[in-house]
Design a protein around this ligand. Structure first.
Ligand code: SF4
Length: 498
């Protein structure tokens, strides 16, 4: 079949992220014998015009819309991508008779709400490689919808069905189809202009060594979107993929492992590093680590394998907040890890949330003083507040704190910022001044000289407007009822297996 894949990601900070999810879907489709064309809206200033032009110059049986993010996850500058996706679906309907399929981690966060809002023909929740191939088989030859991995659809009674996602294709045997990447991702000027932390950012490639995560942070739904982090590429396959990607694209100078937590489990990450050393890879790279699983030996191994920078999922800077977020480590550990990386040649960044559940203005101020006094990272990336997602402990806390209503969905952006902090102008000024006075501390997505209290007030209003607009759009659309779970199990997988 002829398939158009549209990547809808518009986030360019800190640098444009390669659409690796779309590249995996393209690889799975080509592997199954389908023709694939792509449209990457990151590079289009007029998205709908670009979609229309693509649809009127090509003929497609299926249009897959990849939603990487539901929104930009940023309380102080929220952007909701639901409306743009809905308009793209309408545009596809207007100009073609192609089957419309929504997917990606942004769709998988809230499949039912997204489905009733954007009204595609189908959605695929969770990992999409198996599901999209099975769906195209179904469109060509028929069969049971109930058997398609992760498929979202309406049954004969108009009820919403969501099949279980098999999450079992062989990640090791399927490499992303890197031919779908726009060459502009690899222009050094583009990367450098949009990167917050480096004057010079060489062109990079990305890869996954595994999907999902074994940990249980209180706000995170990665198990729903990516799985449990228990399927791995063989270390030799990781190295082989890097070598091939760099050979195919000579512009690439560095790479990033984009696993949510490269070092959990640490034994596997160590094997990957050892394989890089054995293969004399000699390429600078970076990754995201949890402070949970780092030892002095592991830091040495990272360095020997070529790692130059790590982003630490520290998340909070008090014992109480770390416990509340269920991080599994405390401040003594944060200090220990900070010292380990400070003593190593590897640059380290702490990524943190400010104003999470239970954090008092006093605790927030103390955590900032502690950071100034004892921590020595190359950067701190901070977010005021945490995006609330359905089915999490954070959602329950938000209901208890009066931030969300009982039963309120989280499809439209909703953020947990401790109300006592939002109401405390002095503390918000203190936070802003602290972040402005350290040139390597960043409050996403930049604050300039703006007053954080005013900015927060504007944000609360902006989010309220998004909710109002959503309710207005939904007035003309049927609310979906969930069908009982289908009895059938997903089909045995047909792609990515050797
Ligand atoms: S470590 Fe990261 S990916 Fe894993 S559960 Fe926590 S927030 Fe999610």
């Amino acid at each position: 079949m002829r398939v158009l894949l549209i990547s809808t990601n518009k986030i360019r900070v800190p640098r444009p992220a390669l659409p690796i999810g779309m590249a995996y879907i393209s690889a799975a489709l080509k592997h199954a014998g389908h023709q694939v064309d792509v449209l990457d809206l990151l590079w289009e200033s007029r998205e709908l015009k670009a979609v229309r032009e693509k649809l009127t110059t090509g003929t497609y049986d299926v249009v897959g819309i990849a939603v990487r993010n539901l929104d930009n996850l940023t309380f102080i500058d929220p952007v909701f991508f639901g409306p743009m996706t809905e308009k793209i679906v309408q545009c596809v309907r207007k100009y073609t008779s192609a089957t419309v399929v929504l997917g990606g981690s942004g769709f998988s966060v809230e499949p039912l709400s997204f489905f009733e809002y954007a009204q595609p023909d189908y959605g695929i929740a969770g990992e999409g490689e198996a599901g999209i191939v099975q769906l195209l088989d179904h469109l060509e030859s028929g069969g049971r919808l109930e058997s398609i991995s992760g498929l979202c659809y309406l049954d004969d009674n108009g009820r919403f069905c969501q099949n279980q996602s098999s999450q079992a294709f062989d990640l090791g045997a399927l490499e992303p189809d890197r031919s779908v990447y726009d060459p502009r991702y690899f222009e050094e000027g583009v990367s450098a202009a949009s990167d917050l932390t480096r004057d010079h950012q060489p062109a990079i490639e990305t890869l996954q060594t595994k999907r999902g995560c074994k940990l249980f942070c209180s706000y995170c739904i990665i198990r729903k979107t990516e799985g449990k982090g228990d399927r791995f590429k063989e270390p030799a396959e990781v190295v082989g993929e890097i070598q091939r990607a760099m050979a195919e694209n000579p512009a690439v100078r560095e790479f990033e492992i984009v696993d949510a937590t490269f070092n959990y489990p640490m034994e596997y990450a160590a094997e990957v590093c050892e394989e890089m050393i054995r293969a004399k890879l000699d390429v600078p790279w970076y990754c995201q680590l949890t402070p949970n699983a780092i030892t002095p030996e592991f830091v040495k191994l990272l360095h020997a394998a070529g790692c130059i920078r790590v982003d630490l999922g520290t998340d909070a800077l008090t014992d109480e907040a770390l416990a509340d977020l269920m991080k599994g480590f405390d401040m003594a550990r944060v200090l220990e890890i900070d010292r380990l990386f400070t003593a190593s040649p590897i640059e380290h960044t702490h990524c943190v949330f400010l104003g999470g559940p239970g954090e008092t203005p006093q605790a927030l101020r103390e955590s900032i003083r502690f950071t100034e006094r004892y921590l020595n990272p190359a950067q701190i990336y901070a977010n005021l507040g945490i995006r609330i997602l359905s089915g999490t402990k954070l959602q329950r806390q938000a209901v208890k704190a009066g931030i969300l209503r009982e039963g309120q969905g989280t499809f439209v952006p909703a953020f947990y910022v401790e109300p006592a902090i939002l109401a405390d102008r002095d503390t918000l000024d203190f936070v802003r001044d602290a972040y402005l006075s350290h040139k390597n501390w960043y409050l996403w997505w930049g604050l300039g000289g703006q007053n954080l209290t005013d900015r927060s007030t504007e944000t609360v209003q902006a989010v309220a407007d998004m909710h109002q607009e959503y309710e207005y759009v939904m007035q003309g659309k049927p609310r979906l009822e969930r069908a009982p779970k289908p009895a059938a199990q997903p089909l045995k997988l047909t792609i990515g297996t050797k």
